[in-house]
Write a protein that binds this ligand. Structure first.
Ligand code: B1M
Length: 211
């Protein structure tokens, strides 16, 4: 039987085919999807982060690991999404301007979808104007912003200010997250909520909408 350690290693190796095979095998064996995500897929990505930080892994390899991670996540979340009908709420999500990191944001979006939310993903490097357009077009309950860089997290405040200037701030709840983000920062910039990971982002959205 496939193991979670093998899955983590396959993510680290950036071996998408292997990740897909191992994820399927673990799912077929009845392993808890949260364990497949946290102890397999994300455990592998944590190791990638360490090696990247120490200059032992470089951008092309990191991107291969990211693709492999995404392939595995898609399988697990697609499975848990089946059978859902009425959306619990609508969320517009994006990574803020200047920031290309989209893995965590994608994960949050996928977890929200798999828990019954309708998600409009604006992608990465999203300017404030694009968030405003999306709020007007989709009329979401929640706007979610992600940032992974200390240099781009300031654009969360820029976006909140722009939403206010456009007269739509009070129509939505704003939630933020990403590795450098804290509750203190969320309070400082006037966000309605912060969550440290994808699972608690789902809880936060439920709480904010009273669901
Ligand atoms: Co970049 N990078 N990177 N990188 N990268 C970091 C973030 C860094 C910490 C690495 C390091 O030096 N240790 C560092 C930031 C330092 C800082 O600002 N403090 C860094 C840097 C410096 C850079 C560049 C500047 C490097 C360079 O070019 N010199 C450059 C910047 C490019 C840009 O954005 N303009 C860069 C580029 C890249 C790649 C393109 C190679 C790639 C991104 C690929 C992609 O996303 N498509 C990349 C990656 C992969 C990383 C690391 C290794 C992994 C990030 C990741 O995906 N983690 C990262 C090191 C690390 O974090 N250990 C690093 C897995 C992901 C699931 O976690 O995104 O934290 P995370 O998301 C979590 C939570 O934070 C939370 O939930 C998620 C799931 O649990 N969350 C939310 C996230 N968003 C949320 C939103 C919410 C709620 C929760 O509500 C809306």
């Amino acid at each position: 039987m496939a193991t979670l350690e093998e899955l983590a290693q396959a993510v680290l190796d950036g071996d998408e085919t292997q990740v897909v095979e191992l994820t399927k095998s673990l799912m077929d064996s009845g392993v808890d999807p949260q364990d497949i995500i946290n102890k397999g897929l994300l455990a592998g990505m944590d190791k990638v982060g360490e090696l990247f930080k120490n200059n032992e892994m470089f951008v092309p390899e990191v991107l291969m690991s990211a693709d492999a991670l995404k392939a595995g996540m898609n399988l697990v979340l697609k499975d848990s999404k089946q059978g859902q009908v009425t959306p619990k709420g609508t969320v517009v999500i994006g990574t803020v301007e200047g920031d290309l990191h989209d893995i965590g944001k994608n994960l949050v979006g996928m977890m929200l979808e798999s828990n019954g939310f309708k998600v409009h993903d604006l992608g990465a490097d999203v300017k404030a104007e694009k968030f405003i357009e999306a709020v007007k077009e989709y009329q979401p309950d929640i706007v979610g912003m992600s940032a992974l860089l200390t240099t781009t997290m300031v654009n969360m405040k820029t976006t909140i200010d722009a939403l206010a200037a456009a007269g739509v701030r009070d129509k939505v709840k704003v939630i933020i997250g990403g590795a450098p983000i804290t509750q203190k920062f969320a309070d400082e910039i006037g966000a309605d909520g912060y969550s440290p990971d994808a699972a608690s982002a789902v809880e936060l959205c439920r709480r904010l909408l009273g669901k």
